[in-house]
Design a protein around this ligand. Sequence first.
Ligand SMILES: [Zn+2]
Length: 70
Amino acid sequence: MIIHPDVTLDRVAEAVERAHSSLDNPGFCICCGAEAEGVEPDARKYECESCGEPGVYGAEELLLYLAMAG
Ligand SMILES: [Zn+2]
């Protein structure tokens, strides 16, 4: 899985924190780096509103991946 360099561990961790402290459901597109809203935490390969690619993942899903990737 190739993740856009704009999708950093810091951004994703912040989004997960926000999801836990509010009603936000943030996610990120790994193709273009855009942040998405209304994404389930375990979403994978949703279509991105910015670039049209199926690259949107839920923030928690991405955090797990980034944490494993180091
Ligand atoms: Zn995108």
